[in-house]
Design a protein around this ligand. Sequence first.
Ligand SMILES: [Zn+2]
Length: 399
Amino acid sequence: MQNKYVKKMLVLVMLGVLLITSCKANYSANLDNTTTNKDKEVKQEKKDIIEPKKVVNIKKISEDKKYTFSYSSENRFVSLKIPENEWTNFINCRYNKIMPKQNNKMGMTISTKWCKFLYQNIKDDYDFIVYVVNEEERPKKLFMNGCYQAVKNDIKGIGTMVTRTPFFDYTKHYSKDANRLQGLIFLTHNDVIYNGPILHEILHRWGNYLIDCDYGVHWGNANIYGRLGGQKSIQQVGNNSKVIGYRRYWQGGYAPLELYLMGLIPKEEVPNITIAQYYSNRIISQTEWNRVDGQDIVVKGKIKTKTYTIQDIIDGKASNKEQALNIGDRVPNYKDSQKKFNMLFVAIDHDDINENQKKSINNQIKLLSQNENYDDGIYNFFEACLGKAELSTEIHIKE
Ligand SMILES: [Zn+2]
């Protein structure tokens, strides 16, 4: 019995040793596996680690000590700190005057000083410079959300931008180093960079200087229904006329005539244009700034209309005398025209720009300039151009 017992015990002990050994083996096998994977991960991580980009910060003060230029590689804009009295004058619209030596052209006269200092620090790589007033709300005296200030035109067939001057180059008024600059845009508060008038303001580079439709540089009485306004159509309802879908600006892509003027589509793709004629009152009076965009308007009486083909428009048949100084086929045409535009954003303030403002401005610039379709109900430049043109907001600082 005792022997049997000892034998049993021996067997049990041996089994136990075996079990422990195999457990150990399993355990060590798992451990090896883990070590191997970890090793792999570490190696992979090492491979994936890209040296963190060094943040570059530049701060420059103008010779007269009035202005401070700031650039940080973390931001998509540069900032220009201006003296408080200049800020007060600007937001009270006191610089909105006739530009010196620019043939009676109105503009923000202070921008020449700002640009002069700016060009000491940035490269001559920009088609457009956008000055953003760093305020959450539009200062009351600045009557617009945005405005465009023409600097140069060498394009034929888009009408006359500046009084009796179809072709002009005022780049040197802004800086001896400026050559590429075509126009300035002013945004009167810092939340209209993406969802706001900017696509409208960019379009003022090319229009409307060609069609006389009784609304300045916008489409007014024409059925263009684009970023520069206009309406969809005019219907007769009894003794009244109904203007369908009047719009001043904001939503939507560029209309075909707008894309033609931008040099992005051929004339064959532009439908006929109907313009209200012989109507004693403007469909929209200049004072009705707050009209809801896209709504229908009923006006008394019959509105006579006249329809033009794109060839009529190219031939100047819808132009006034001044506009007709620059008619004919667009040169360069849609094949040779510029398709990539560089834009520099400059935040203007008399104070420092806080972190929330930086975050918001950066995000809006990112959305505006992403050159792909982005389904958020708001058009970026690329989408508004049907993917035929691109916008870059990269910052190029002078070495
Ligand atoms: Zn406008």
